[in-house]
Structure formats: structure tokens, C-alpha cells
Design a protein around this ligand. Sequence first.
Ligand SMILES: NC(=O)c1ccc[n+]([C@@H]2O[C@H](COP(=O)([O-])OP(=O)(O)OC[C@H]3O[C@@H](n4cnc5c(N)ncnc54)[C@H](OP(=O)(O)O)[C@@H]3O)[C@@H](O)[C@H]2O)c1
Length: 304
Amino acid sequence: MKYYTLNNGIEMPAIGLGTFLLPNERMSEIIGEAYRLGYRKFDTAYKYSNERTIAKALKENGIKRENIFITTKISGDDLYLWRYFCRKSFLNIRNFTSVKKSILKSFRELQTDYIDLFLIHMAFPNFLKQWEELDKLYKEGRIRAIGVSSFLPPHIEALKEVSDTVPVLNQFEISPLNTQKKLITYCQNKEIVPEAMSTFAHWRSWEPRKEIVENENIISMAEKRGKSPVQIVCKWMLDQGISIIPKTDNPKHLAENINILDIELTQEEKLQIDSMDLGKFLNYNPYITLKNLPKKYRDWKGFE
Ligand SMILES: NC(=O)c1ccc[n+]([C@@H]2O[C@H](COP(=O)([O-])OP(=O)(O)OC[C@H]3O[C@@H](n4cnc5c(N)ncnc54)[C@H](OP(=O)(O)O)[C@@H]3O)[C@@H](O)[C@H]2O)c1
């Protein structure tokens, strides 16, 4: 396994298993198989309603807590009366749940007394309060590292309003169709590891995107090496210093996604994949959360 050293000195596996929408009834089998194959990082979130099932699956497979790295995320939905609606702000009525209580729910669900990495799921209107509370638990030693998801530069800059802690990681959509070069460079200049989500599918379609897996160039790169197109794309990301968490419940795919370290892509091949960029978000567009910034950060005009 390849590891990244986070900006606070913690070691994090570069490859993990995304768990959004993995079937709960098969979680024990999937987690057990992933662990046997060498997976040591699991990405979940309160919103995925699977933290408890993952805890159970770890227990059933006799996996020791200290041998794995768990990433989870604060639920935005838990903090709102109905749930958090990105676009319809008039529906976003806060309930009486405190941010700290909401964070602690994940500890209970995961049946653990520490979390390796806790992320803000997206820049909710109260993201500074969420950062403040995460930072307190981080400084108390209950969370080993804290980070963010789908944050743009001004969101990251605004965190300074409540704490000097720099996020260790930013999880956001990265794929050949949305290469995110500028956000990746911005993060890496600040020693924030970029982590790719929704590279192959997204909530509008659970099929892997044909534009990627059926791309002629990627297929040819894969065939030359006896690998699959998904493996090629995963290695293209790792080579850029990106952490990856592809989701699958297929044992063959589980094995493929972790067996990529021996792939050597040429500079020309990497540029070929880079050139597929459309700059279009296929999951959700984080620019809609710019309105949640404190006023003085709102004049960000996007990447030059
Ligand atoms: N922070 C956020 O807001 C956010 C949002 C979305 C996702 N995430 C996290 O990121 C993780 C990954 O993103 P995602 O679940 O949206 O999509 P994804 O992992 O990019 O794509 C999943 C799709 O890829 C296919 N796939 C995986 N490995 C394959 C392989 N080797 N060959 C062929 N197909 C393969 C899967 O099909 P099979 O099952 O058939 O293999 C599935 O259709 C999530 O599970 C979640 O943990 C975070």
C-alpha cells in the first residue's frame, strides 16, 4: 500500500474504499474481502446511513480498529429540520441539534472512541461553526486529522476565521472529465491532499461513465498492460498525488482497484487523459456554496 503523510504527520493509505450506497446487507462480506485484499481505509459519512453497519462488519471480520483508517463526515441533513437543500435555502431551517452532538453521533454509530479523519461534508451555511467544533475535538485528541469536502479556495481561506488548523485533505470530484488541475495545485501548495470522489459514477447515474471507461485512448492504455480502464484512471490520479476511494461491491473490481501501483503511464498518456477535461461537474457543483461564505470572502472570482 502507498501512504500519504498528511500535514500533521499522520500516515494515510492512498487508496481506500468508498462506501456510499454499498448494500448494507452485504457490508460484512465486502469489508472482509476488501481487508483481505489489502484495503486499510474506508470512507463513510453520517449521511450514508452505514456507519453502524461498517462497525459491525469490522467486528464480524475480526479487524482491529488500529489496523484501519476511517474517514467520516458531518451530516448536514442532521442539522436541518427537513434536510439540507443546496439550492432551496428557504427550506433550510435549522433544528435544535448542536453541531457537536451531530459529530459525536458518528463516534457512536462507528462504535469507536477516535476517528482518523473527520470531514465537513460540504460548505454548509454553518461550515465555520462545524470547523470550530471539529477543531476542538481534534485538539482534544479524539480526531486524528480534520479536513473538508468540495471546498473551493475562499472556503478554505475562511477557515482561518475560527482556527489556525489547516485541513489535511479536501475531497472533491476529480475525473478525466473534470480534471480540477487548478484546485489540485491550490490544495497541494497548502499541503492539503486532494482526494477524488465520484470519478466513475455519480448520483444521477450509477453506471460507470461510458465517456471514461469506453474512451478509445484509455482502453488502448489498459489493453497494452493487461489492465482495465478504471485501473488506468486510478493510477493517473495517484501519479498526481491524489488519494482515491473508488466504490464497488464487485470482488473483481475491488481487487483491480488496489492493484495499480505497478502501472507506469508515460507523460504522453497522462497528457492524453488530461486533455479529456470538460470542466463540468457531474455530481454537484460546489460553486453553489459560495453564497455560504462570510461576506468578505464572497468576491472570489473563480480561478484565473
Ligand atoms: N464528499 C462527498 O460529497 C461525496 C460525494 C460522492 C461520493 N463520495 C465518496 O466517494 C466515493 C466514491 O464515489 P462514488 O461512489 O460517487 O463513485 P465512484 O467510486 O467514482 O464510482 C462508482 C462506480 O464505479 C464502478 N467501478 C468501481 N470500480 C470499478 C472497476 N474496477 N471496473 C469497473 N467499474 C468499476 C462501480 O461499479 P461496480 O460496483 O459494478 O464495480 C460504480 O458504478 C463514495 O463511495 C463516497 O465514499 C463523497
